[in-house]
Design a protein around this ligand. Sequence first.
Ligand SMILES: [Zn+2]
Length: 360
Amino acid sequence: MPDHNIVAEDTLNLEQFVRAIPKMELHCHLFGAVRRQTFVDLSVKAGNRISHEEIDAFYTRGEKPVGVLRVLRALDAHLIQGPVDLHRITYEYLEDVHNHGVRYTEFFWNPTGTVRVSGIGYASAQAAIVLAIRDALRDFGVIGRLIPSIDREASPDEAVAMVGWMREHRQPEVIGIGMDYRENDRPPELFWKAYRDARAAGFRTTAHAGEFGMPWLNVESAIELLKVDRIDHGYTVIDNPAFLEKCVKMNKIFTVVPTNSYYLRTLDPQRWALDHPIRAMVRAGLRVHPNTDDPTLHLVTPTRAWLMMMEFGFGIDDMRGFMLNGLDGAWIEDDLRQRWRLEWSADFDTLRSKLTVQEG
Ligand SMILES: [Zn+2]
């Protein structure tokens, strides 16, 4: 287990340090975390439904990266054929994050596509993912939690149906709902019934909002109308200083993604680190937590995502703060939160004492 080896070292360079610090992920999509070789294997198994050239293109990230949504759709349409495939990609994802010091992850999966397009029933699909979570806990000690996520390009009724499936097939590892896919013309409030039902059933809630340059109003609607516990992305919150200040006062946690395609595409590379909204969000006092989103497609790891936060000008104290933000944003019991806050802080400080670089 590489992280334990690193912990035993006397000195750490910055990358080793960031890799070893206790981390969690609160914003990662299962289908965006499929290893390249697994994608190839699934394609072969499905009768080479996707060409090698296409797979190469999916796993290449150019200077102006395109979005990954079509890759996620391709998995549902062509590659995921049975529960065993879902088990494999879940188990491998959890092994991968474990190797980067992630101790706890809440990750997204879109049941609507799996059920409607792949033709796998909700109960058996969820059971396969939950089994992989339990297998990974046994084998690596990493704790996984599943967030079924609304496909906002589908109808609001499908979202209500998804929450119904979750209620009917309830498992302790399945803890809340999210909402993703293309936000354009699909504002959060369209899905108020699914969020109402989820909250009434005791599930936690989050939503992608203010991604792809979509307006801060979507962040406001998610918080005020859907009453989400946290926000995924939410970058355009900085466009309305009064609302931004309100979010700071509400102590909302925003799960941010340094590799987000939209800003890599739209910001001048020379100004990227300076003009990225993440920088302004933290400067305003908003509590953020860095995440990988679609790690294998963004060619990023949890270690790299955290290192990228330092490219925005944040230092080691900020890293510690992000870690604590994650703990406050995680959907865990308060006594566990308290215990982890002490343990993770102690581990962070021990690792920090071994850091060889000048702290900036
Ligand atoms: Zn996302």
